[in-house]
Design a protein around this ligand. Sequence first.
Ligand SMILES: NC(=O)c1ccc[n+]([C@@H]2O[C@H](COP(=O)([O-])OP(=O)(O)OC[C@H]3O[C@@H](n4cnc5c(N)ncnc54)[C@H](O)[C@@H]3O)[C@@H](O)[C@H]2O)c1
Ligand SMILES: [Zn+2]
Length: 367
Amino acid sequence: MMHKNNKNNNQIIYFNEDGYQKLYEYLLNKNHRDYGKNLFILVDDLSYKYCFPILISYLNFLDTSHIIKISPGEQEKNLNTCIFIWKNFEKFKANRSSVLINLGGGVITDIGGFSASVFKRGIRFINIPTTLLGMVDASIGNKTGINFGNIKNEIGSFYHPELLIIDPNFLKTLSKYEIISGQAEMIKHGLIFDKSFWIKLTKELDDNIIPTQNLIYESILIKTNIVEKDPTEIGLRKILNFGHTIGHALESLFMKNPNKKYLLHGVAIAMGMIYESWISYKINDLHINDYQEIKYFILNKYSLQEIINQLSNDDINDILLIMEHDKKNENNKFLFSLLKEIGYCSYNCAVPISLIKESFFQVKTNH
Ligand SMILES: NC(=O)c1ccc[n+]([C@@H]2O[C@H](COP(=O)([O-])OP(=O)(O)OC[C@H]3O[C@@H](n4cnc5c(N)ncnc54)[C@H](O)[C@@H]3O)[C@@H](O)[C@H]2O)c1
Ligand SMILES: [Zn+2]
């Protein structure tokens, strides 16, 4: 496992003009006087269209960098795209002093980070996330990766960006649905680690489609805090999986089924958090009032009642099959991260399949 330096993640995070200034200084210090030559910028079609011009408006010399452009979408997060990136590195003679700037959503920061981490045993990279999910989640925590053999993030590395630049201006061109999807991870951060942040979100998220810079920053701090305590997910970091055990299965179900509307990751996780809160209430001492507060906030925010009511018995069985296929389960039990109270989450909690099944019926019947 490689960590390029010992700095904490929150020591390399800069916002807006500060970020562009730091990037400028960083490249200057690293003797990138011939800036463009040794610099690579990874984008997808949309981040190139909407975000690259903003970056150039701050640092116009980046215009001469080597642009590596891929198509947008999760399906591009694969080995063939890595090969395409590595071929570009070779073609333009990337070496150990080259720097890759990842400008895009989670797909770009994941695949760019991974490609950089193994090229010539590791070249440096910088993350400039351009989606809300990228800013508050994917670009933080040093996990890089690609999908392989139908398994998400099957191949990857722990690798540290040199700088992380957050510019909420990028979010103006993102669809409302994508913004709401990113908000789910912020909500998760409050629920698992910081009750006062949850309270703030319940008051402020409603009115602001693009969350304020302060809310984005607080959310980032929660994730960096958790990651620093357990960088390689031996223990505490598992709490970041709250909502994801059931959420991932829902995501797969909706992706596979042509009769269902495509669910973005965050929306599936929002649903997952409701079911997993009910399970937390049943077996992990979460107070019923807390469960109901969580349930109604998320239900209303994401207008989930209809989707939840429409989940048929067949759907529920499919979800359980997907979960069994996805995860190792011991003695017919799955290991979940479950809330103990709002702001505190336990991990490695064994949950029997029967209880998971029951959660779908209980949430539906308005419990
Ligand atoms: N490494 C981690 O710890 C971690 C954590 C969470 C998620 N992830 C990964 O992140 C990925 C999801 O990230 P995502 O939701 O950002 O997806 P994404 O990168 O696919 O971006 C979503 C869409 O928004 C477009 N886009 C990006 N910036 C834009 C902008 N400013 N304006 C308009 N459109 C823009 C993209 O082209 C894409 O179509 C998944 O692959 C997931 O596995 C990684
Ligand atoms: Zn997630």
